[in-house]
Design a binder for this molecule. Structure first.
Ligand code: ADP
Ligand code: ZN
Ligand code: ZN
Length: 752
């Protein structure tokens, strides 16, 4: 045992550093300062293993377990004000603990890249300053042969604070060459310093429409009685309260969010709105911007580093009244937070599923609301089973919105039996007839298929060759327009061959994706304009908007799409929804597959008949008698969820029991199994915990790596946490751990 360090009188500072270590790092305060002078939440520059890095102070201690000689001092404090206030730090610490992930990595992931690298928190600008030698040179009429340098020297000579690079660039775009020359002569200096707060306030926000001379926004609608009840309940909450706002798409949930946010802003507080990965539509943003004059900051995964930094700064400084963001925005600072909303709370994109800390932003949002003692609203037409369970247990309060009065009744769901109506090119005759009928009466049709690309398989009809991905246990998908074969798992991308590489015979695409359905329908309805919405068509910015505009304006009357069409769009004239391949979700080995399928069907069905016209929903299936489809059709999501929850309770699956999944992958097939076997051994015989596996992942080989997993089952949260805390320490120490990539997923969304 190394001897404990004598208590340094100045105290110890605990720093979270972006390294895969489970504990914070201990440092002495900077020379001449006490630990208390380095507040929690500020960034510091510290030496670590021969180099230096930027970390975030997460606490203080009186003594360290490290020998005194190994304790190094902090080199510099980078912030005047903390980046994270105490509740935000508490949330990060909690996440690191609950998900058993290194605190330094959790903290780093919560920061924009530039701040991680040590960029100043305040917006900075470059200034060119004239030095005393420059003033003297100018007085002496120097430099005589360089008119540009001379002019620049004249320009900056009398400016006490220098002239900003931005201003110089406006006046003469190529000033930098002359500037460098002045600097080399020792006459001038470039200085980077913060500019006055507020100068950059517009970076992250578009101007509200009503401040730009546009006509005033329409008056907000009069709330329905149910909306009134919901808004009143949320506004009346004092301290922590969790609400589930349950209502079909179009029932007016967003209007409730707007009113609840309005109330918070009126009280001088701020609001955080979390949305799914692709739920952050221009429509949603436009509605918020139209309603509120206050600045809105937006944080989502498609932002560049600079935009992300700008939005984060707006939120941190309190200049943004509202922060709208995807998953990681749950960690963003927002002073005087008054309300958190999670829209489409059932959406799987709220759970981090790959890389880093596998947290649930929905669950953390509830926790953050609890820490901040504010209300949280979870909105959905199809609440997750976890949330339904919390309602049942009385932990959450239900607020229900029925379909709006000016909407027709809930859409009629019907099954199309594919055994009786064999599909041609993926489309059964009754579906085609329905499309024709709805288009004939001025409606629009939405055709949903859960697969992008042209066809999932490329087959040689002579020798049976199927285009494989060489890195995965998967087939390559045919992308016709791009003339490529692509792997949807690893991204492999190759030219589309005309002939079989094995026997030279012609090859043919088999099966359907969005691209092929679009082509087929275009052939059948040549007079109609079609649009397609999937990750391929929505790749470039602006394209999503164009597609939606085409549907909204009525220019396009048939919309073909993947899951992307199920999220938060308003297409009032869509009267028919056809679900082409529901069967994929019926026979999955994953315990959540049924829940997800039901949510998707109800969500996509919610696109039908949103305005005055009644909607019709047709679901193609080969298994019309399947109990899942039957209960969904007979009793809607409610009754489906009730029987689903009863099944989960009987099997002790979440939300009744608790799960964690230890995943491992390696390039050598046996390595992942060896690690998981060792992990199983290391677990011993824990009480209340069952270990299942190891087993190969459903798709074992992905991107050249072999994946396997070990499932941990436990009746309760506390014993599971207790077990995991000890287990991960043992896992870190396993020699086999060094030969694999492994990750622990607490509350996994899927177990495949
Ligand atoms: P959701 O978020 O549940 O999909 P929205 O709040 O977007 O529902 O409402 C759907 C449509 O109905 C929107 O166009 C919205 O402006 C309108 N709307 C919402 N509440 C009302 C109301 N009380 N009266 C009239 N129109 C409303
Ligand atoms: Zn062949
Ligand atoms: Zn692949």
């Amino acid at each position: 045992m190394p001897e404990r360090a004598p208590t340094p009188e100045r105290g110890i500072v605990r720093v979270a550093i972006d390294r895969p270590l489970r504990t914070a790092f201990d440092y002495q305060p900077p020379v001449g300062l006490a630990a208390a002078a380095v507040p929690a939440g500020v960034r510091v520059r510290v030496p670590v293993g021969g180099s230096r890095t930027v970390g975030v102070v997460i606490g203080h201690a009186e003594r360290s377990d490290l020998p005194a000689g190994r304790l190094k001092p902090i080199e510099a404090i980078l912030d005047e004000r903390p980046l994270f206030d105490p509740p935000a730090l508490e949330l990060l610490r909690w996440a690191a603990g609950y998900y058993h992930h290194p605190i330094g990595e959790v903290v780093a992931a919560a920061l924009p890249r530039a701040l991680r690298a040590g960029a100043p928190l305040e917006v900075c600008a470059e200034f060119l300053l004239c030095l005393a030698a420059g003033v003297a040179a100018r007085a002496a009429g120097e430099p005589r042969r360089a008119p540009r340098q001379r002019a620049l020297l004249e320009r900056i000579a009398d400016q006490a604070g220098g002239v900003s690079a931005e201003a110089l660039s406006l006046e003469s775009p190529d000033w930098r060459a002359a500037g460098r020359a002045l600097i080399e002569r020792g006459w001038a200096r470039l200085e980077t310093r913060p500019v006055a707060r507020g100068a950059a306030a517009s970076e992250a926000t578009a101007p509200a429409t009503h401040t730009t001379g546009a006509p005033p926004p329409p008056a907000p609608p009069t709330l329905t009685p149910e909306q009134t009840v919901a808004v009143a309940a949320i506004n009346a909450a004092t301290g922590f309260a969790a609400f589930v706002l349950q209502g079909a798409t179009g029932s007016g949930k967003t209007e409730v969010y707007l009113r609840a946010v309005e109330q918070q802003l009126a009280l001088g507080r701020r609001a955080l709105l979390l949305v799914p990965e692709i739920g952050l539509t221009p429509q949603l943003l436009a509605r918020f911007r139209e309603r509120f004059a206050q600045p809105i900051a937006v944080l989502h995964s498609a932002l560049g580093d600079t935009e992300r930094l700008a939005a984060w700064r707006e939120a941190h400084a309190g200049r943004a009244a509202i922060l709208i963001g995807t998953r990681s925005a749950v960690f963003a600072p927002l002073p005087a937070l008054g309300l958190i909303i999670v829209d489409e709370e059932h959406d799987s994109s709220f759970k981090q599923q790959e890389g880093g800390c596998r947290y649930s932003a929905r669950d953390l949002a509830v926790l953050r609301a609890r820490h901040a003692q504010v209300a949280v609203v979870l909105g959905s037409a199809t609440p997750s089973f976890e949330t339904l369970r919390n309602l049942e247990a009385g932990r959450y309060q239900r607020l229900t919105l029925p379909r709006r009065a000016n909407q027709a009744a809930a859409p009629q769901l019907a099954l199309i039996d594919l055994r009786a109506h064999p599909p041609r090119d993926g489309l059964a005759a009754p579906v085609l007839r329905a499309i024709e009928r709805h288009l004939g009466t001025g409606g629009q049709a939405l055709v949903y298929i859960n697969r992008r690309g042209y066809a999932p398989t490329l087959l040689c009809t002579s020798c049976g060759w199927i285009a494989p991905c060489h890195a995965c246990d998967a087939r390559l998908t045919v992308h016709h327009g791009a003339a490529r074969l692509r792997c949807h798992y690893c991204g492999a991308d190759e030219p589309l061959p005309q002939r079989c590489p094995r026997c030279g015979y012609a090859v043919k695409p088999v099966g359907q994706g969005t691209e092929r359905i679009e082509a087929t329908l275009a052939g059948l309805f040549p007079a109609e304009r079609l649009v397609r919405l999937d990750r391929d068509t929505a790749r470039r910015p602006g394209e999503l908007e164009q597609v939606m505009q085409a549907v909204l304006s009525g220019a396009a009357r048939i919309l073909v799409g993947t899951q992307m069409v199920t999220k938060g769009h308003h297409f009032p004239d869509v009267t028919l929804v056809a679900v082409l391949n529901a069967d994929q979700g019926l026979f999955s080995t994953d315990f959540r597959a049924a829940e997800r399928l039901a949510q998707t069907i109800i969500q996509v069905a919610g696109r039908a008949g949103r305005d005055a016209r009644a909607g019709e929903v047709l679901i193609q299936t080969e298994y019309p008698d399947h109990p899942l489809l039957q209960s969904l059709l007979a009793g809607g999501y409610e009754s489906f969820a009730a029987s689903g929850l009863a099944e989960r309770a009987a099997a002790h699956w979440p939300p009744f029991g608790r799960l964690a999944l230890l995943r491992a992958s390696a390039t050598r097939p046996a390595a992942a199994f060896e690690f998981l076997e060792a992990a199983r051994q290391a677990a011993g015989r824990p009480r209340d915990v069952r270990l299942l596996g190891p087993v190969a992942a459903t798709m074992a080989r992905r991107a050249g790596r072999h994946h396997a997993q070990l499932l941990v089952e436990c009746p309760g949260r506390a014993p599971l946490q207790h077990f995991l805390a000890g287990w991960v320490v043992a896992l870190d120490a396993l020699p086999a751990a060094r030969r694999v990539r492994w990750a622990l997923d607490v509350d996994p969304l899927d177990t495949q």
